[in-house]
Design a binder for this molecule. Sequence first.
Ligand SMILES: Cc1ncc(COP(=O)(O)O)c(C=O)c1O
Length: 421
Amino acid sequence: MHRSIHRKHMTSIQDIKKQFPIFQNNPSLTYLDSSATSLKPQTVIDAVNQYYIEYSANIHRGIYTIAEKATQEYERARKSIATFINASSPEEVIFTRGTTESLNLVASSLGSEIIGKDDEIVTTIMEHHSNFVPWQEIATKAQGSLVIIPIRDDFTLAVESTGKSQISDFISSKTKLLAITYVSNTLGTINSVKDIITAAKKINPDIITIVDAAQAAPHMPIDVQDVGCDFLAFSGHKMCGPTGIGVLWGKRALLERMRPYQFGGEMIDHVTVEKTTYASPPHKFEAGTPAIAQAIGLGAAVDFLNAVGVEKIHQHEVTLAAHTITSLKKTFGDRITIYSPPAPYRSGIVTFTFGKYHAHDVAHILDEEGVAVRAGHHCTMPLHTHLGIPASVRASFYLYNIEEDVKKLVAGLKKVEAVLK
Ligand SMILES: Cc1ncc(COP(=O)(O)O)c(C=O)c1O
């Protein structure tokens, strides 16, 4: 039953693969590094090209036809993104360069204002450096502290409902911020962010909550109102969109209250020699000429993901990841260590260490076999220190991956053993 559903599903995924021209140029490529950046479908490439070829004017300035068209398309992309994450209004969607800039914006405009001496910022051991270093920096400057939620042996957060620890062990009246990833980019763990945020706000309703959705927005349906967070950040390039564009979603009341992040053109209301007043969100946070083509490309990416169905993408990846874990264990037994949580916490990321072989050597030999994986610490050094390993190999799946890719990964690892033994 399960197998036949999967087969039927794979047929349509094969069609999806055809929409990514990179596979025509690299026919033997097995791309298992979508967590680093995703490949781009033709519709996104076309949308970016179309902007440059047909209406490459600046936005929110010109009153001529192509400038109005550029403004319309840029704002249309904002609307599509707002709908994609169920924001209550497009004004809550700010275009940034990516997750890193989104998180730094909150840290700089809000975090540094509200964190004082002895205050606490709660985060987790599985964070990407983007959702760790900005908070560490602020805590250090303000003489506050970082409180770290650890993980359990099954690679889920210690505060998940099945564990002994509770969020009340970490949140107190001193907590000002909770910064948590929706999905770990190394373990692939899907955190129960809604439950964790609800429980945290029950203890201290004034906490500001920030969700890093870099590995969630491309892969599973997101509803910011249901999650109940105050901010949510993600990157366009990981979700079939161009590089150089990302999103910060924030609750309107907080965005109104925050200081601008950068100052200059297009973010002002009125400027005199004495004083400047600022535009309303989102423009207050989009100083200067933004990444217009990239924003329009991200709008096209969202249309593309919606047409495929984000829940369907999620199911496809989870199935491939489960299949990978089973195949790796069956083929290599104790020689491979897999750092994956159990279902339902598991996403489309499978990270492992392979015997005594260094992750970079493994990735290098896999590349000779046409298999692209990531090797290193994946910008999660505190997590790797906790796991007691310097580096790991990560295979991450997306909508264009097929079962054949899993076979090529396993075959490639057999070659690794044969070469390095
Ligand atoms: C969980 C997570 N957060 C943040 C980032 C940073 O994203 P970007 O480099 O696009 O700013 C990444 C990128 O790998 C990530 O996986």
